[in-house]
Design a protein around this ligand. Structure first.
Ligand code: M6R
Length: 367
């Protein structure tokens, strides 16, 4: 049932191109100019009444929501807040009938996420569930449902569910933007065209797995490391850090690149690995100067940057892994792939149980 792969996690990593296609399929019009999400059952009138969005989830799904915030704010210009589901109810969030609460859950059974959904509905807000399981508790109780068609995910470490959640947010952001008229039709068509290239671009990253295996093997000798980035790169850094901790048990922290010098830089010492995501063109210069700060303290930096920017970035890093060029907002759907593979191979090198890491369950049904 692992289809020739050594672990479910690796199989699921390689299933991502298909998961992207399946999640996009039938939601993009034949002329590739428009996103169709009638399945949500939201009227134009309702969409126009949304004043703010709360995205609530746990773990990896929370990290997908961080990208979702950028997507919805950039494309649809609706303000978005992110919350970890176990915190949401206890901070007395301001939930009004014009708040759309989006809960994100692979399993659709996470106790805290379900409780957040109920809290939102109790306060008169509508809930949209982005979930991978048709008929799950979250799917049944939500007012609107957007299914990610990633297929069954068995490994505890989420991979294809996360990236399918990103695709769901891109579709949703475009749909809201079209309905609200916040983007030119030509821009919408450009984003769709770039999305349609993602599956092949993921394949081209997967072809370079051997390079990432080497990176992972050298990382596996370390006790601590850092992931840094700005904007959506910071969101992906957080997901990369969680994945590595979860299955390799190596301690890591994700930091907003510009925030290091406000304290954490003190932890950078000779030889410490830093993985720097540098995919946001307008932030290159700033991130590169943050990379110089860690290099000056002896860090060994792996840069993950766009193809085409190698020359600019390679001068500042020790090693460079290039991902295919895409639109800035879509880059998480590519840049997370090398991080998933690094985590996988680090766990493998340390001989851990990749698919069933210690202390963890696939679905967390207690609060
Ligand atoms: O099923 P859910 O998406 O609600 O699960 C949420 C988290 O428990 C989950 O993403 C967890 O963080 C993963 N094991 C991370 O790989």
């Amino acid at each position: 049932e692992k289809a020739g792969f050594d672990h479910f996690m690796l199989k699921e990593i390689y299933e991502q191109p298909k998961a992207y296609r399946d999640t996009m399929m039938s939601r993009i019009t034949e002329d590739s100019k428009s996103v169709e999400l009638k399945e949500l059952g939201m009227t134009v009138e309702y969409i126009k009444s949304i004043r703010k969005v709360h995205i609530v989830a746990c773990g990896t799904a929370y990290h997908a929501g961080l990208v979702g915030k950028s997507v919805i704010e950039t494309l649809a210009r609706i303000p978005v807040e992110n919350d970890v589901a176990s915190e949401y109810r206890y901070r007395s969030p301001i939930i009004t009938p014009d708040t759309l609460v989006i809960v994100v859950s692979q399993s659709g059974e996470t106790a805290d996420t379900l409780a957040a959904l109920r809290e939102a509905q109790r306060n008169g807000a509508r809930v949209l569930a982005i979930t991978n399981v048709v008929g799950s508790s979250v799917a049944r109780e939500a007012d609107h449902v957007l299914i990610t068609w990633a297929g069954l995910e068995i490994a505890v470490a989420s991979t294809k569910a996360y990236t399918s959640q990103l695709i769901a947010f891109y579709l949703l952001g475009l749909y809201l933007a079209e309905t609200l008229g916040t983007q030119e039709a030509s821009h919408i068509a450009d984003v769709i065209a770039a999305m349609q290239q993602l599956p092949e671009q993921v394949d081209s990253i997967l072809e370079q797995a051997a390079v990432l295996k080497q990176v992972a093997e050298s990382i596996s000798h370390h006790k601590h490391l850092f992931f840094i980035g700005r904007g959506v790169d910071y969101a992906v850094a957080q997901e990369g850090s969680l994945k590595l901790k979860e299955i390799s048990y190596i301690h890591s922290e994700a930091y907003a690149a510009g925030e290091l010098k406000h304290g954490t830089l003190a932890l950078i010492e000779d030889g410490i690995p830093v993985i720097a995501l540098v995919t946001q063109e307008e932030l290159y210069e700033k991130t590169l100067s943050n990379i110089k700060e860690v290099k000056a303290r002896g860090a060994h930096v792996l840069g993950i940057a766009n193809a085409g920017a190698e020359e600019e970035v390679s001068k500042s890093v020790d090693e460079l892994f290039a991902i295919p060029k895409t639109l800035p907002i879509l880059s998480p759907a590519l840049s997370v792939i090398p991080l998933q593979l690094i985590s996988y191979y680090a766990s493998l090198a340390l001989e851990h149980d990749v698919d069933k890491p210690r202390n963890l369950a696939k679905s967390v049904t207690v609060e």
